[in-house]
Design a protein around this ligand. Structure first.
Ligand code: NAP
Ligand code: FE
Length: 366
């Protein structure tokens, strides 16, 4: 058996974990830049909790609240400049994957005066600033990954920065901040987490230690997504389980990276503005069919999710996704070409050809 495992993030999980462990923040310095989305962190109480904690610790802070969904390179360059001018010692990202990913890129830019191309290189002269991550969605697992995914107009797609130096130093996971999520975002983000665990388990880079993390995450996500699709109410405990499963999915992709599903999801988001998790969900069943037809054994995954076969997997996904978007023939061609340029396509096993990817798009949308 051969594997390596590296998650340097200190994770604190549970209700009020920020207050209980605030001494950990004090170790990072005396000036912080807080990175958030437009408004959700005001509504769910996460910004107020962080700001009152910083006041109690006598840590000076300013806030950058301009992060949009699927953050752009332009936005993080702006945030990086602000962090540099303020002379921040550390960054605090609060929000869904978008503010957390933006905070990671800002942490790099705050200590490195570099252009967009060097930003994606993954290698930096100066160490990025330390980062505190407070997820308020249960999906990306960004609080425990070395990735920052940005919208990059120069290549007409999303592109990831991968560097062990952008693992957050601390992750505070308190599910009370996720209680304000709409059902739509709850489902889409849970599908994203499912996609991480499923792709990671099936990745060419999967190892033995990934399996229990991925399977536990998939079991929890399948139970809760079924409950939601049956219209049942979800409790605080359910929210905690979703946040936990999402973190496990993050730990999985921190080692395996993502595969064809994410590579196909990026153009769906870039060109059609489809939410990240939903974009993955739309192509996931046809991807599973592709693997099944090419000799991959899906038994353990399907058994864990209490599903009989790839057909039942498809019905499950259809029940979550509702009415699907449609794509024109020219969109399918463009999105296929775009997918083939993503580096995560190489982690797919077996390696898909252009025709295979096109067929997955066609099956997913017709
Ligand atoms: P998001 O883009 O961060 O947020 C989506 C929406 O949810 C925003 O409108 C946001 O509002 C709102 N929101 C966030 N928390 C909320 C809460 N507690 N209550 C109510 N609304 C809330 O969505 P996401 O799916 O979490 O993140 C997607 C991004 O993460 C994509 O760019 C994707 O590529 C990336 N990603 C990264 C990794 C990684 O390893 N780094 C992995 C997977 C995906 P506000 O704008 O007002 O905050
Ligand atoms: Fe994702």
């Amino acid at each position: 058996m051969i594997f390596s495992f590296y998650i340097p993030t200190k994770v604190f999980f549970g209700k009020d974990c920020i207050k209980t462990n605030s001494n950990e923040i004090a170790k990072l310095g005396s000036k912080a830049l807080i990175v958030t989305g437009k408004s959700s962190s005001d509504k769910n109480g996460s910004f107020a909790e962080i700001s009152s904690t910083l006041k109690n610790l006598n840590i000076e802070y300013i806030r950058f609240n301009e992060v949009e969904a699927n953050p752009s390179v332009e936005t993080v360059l702006k945030g990086g400049e602000l962090a540099g001018e303020f002379k921040a010692d550390f960054i605090i990202g609060i929000g869904g994957g978008s503010p957390l990913d933006a905070a990671k890129a800002i942490a790099i830019l705050a200590s490195n005066n570099i252009d967009d191309e060097s930003l994606f290189s993954g290698q930096y002269k100066n160490k990025p600033l330390p980062l505190v991550a407070v997820p308020t969605t249960a999906g990306t697992g960004s609080e425990v990954t070395p990735y920052s995914i940005l919208t990059y107009k120069k290549i007409n797609n999303k592109k990831s920065i991968a560097s062990p130096e952008i693992f957050p130093a601390i992750g505070f996971l308190d599910a009370k901040f996720t209680e304000t999520l709409s059902m739509e975002t709850t489902i889409n983000t849970a599908i994203d987490a499912m996609s991480h665990s499923l792709e990671g388990y099936l990745s060419a880079r999967a190892s033995e230690i990934i399996k229990p993390l991925a399977l536990e995450s998939l079991k929890i996500l399948a139970i809760h997504l079924k409950k939601i699709s049956e219209g049942k109410k979800i409790s605080f405990e359910d929210r905690e389980n979703l946040l936990y499963a999402s973190m496990l999915g993050g730990m999985v992709i921190a080692h395996t990276a993502t595969t064809a599903v994410h590579a196909m999801g990026y153009p769906l988001t870039y060109f059609r503005n489809i939410d990240h998790g939903r974009a993955n969900g739309l192509v996931m069943a046809a991807y599973m069919e592709f693997l099944h037809n090419n000799g991959r054994d899906l038994t353990e995954i399907l058994y864990t999710m209490d599903l009989k076969d790839p057909g039942e997997f498809k019905s499950f996904m259809d029940s979550l996704l509702g009415q699907k978007e449609s794509l024109s023939d020219s969109e399918i061609e463009l999105f296929t070409d775009t997918t083939m340029t993503s580096k995560n396509i190489a982690n797919t096993k077996p390696s898909p050809s252009r025709e295979d990817i096109k067929e997955i798009f066609v099956k997913s949308f017709h």
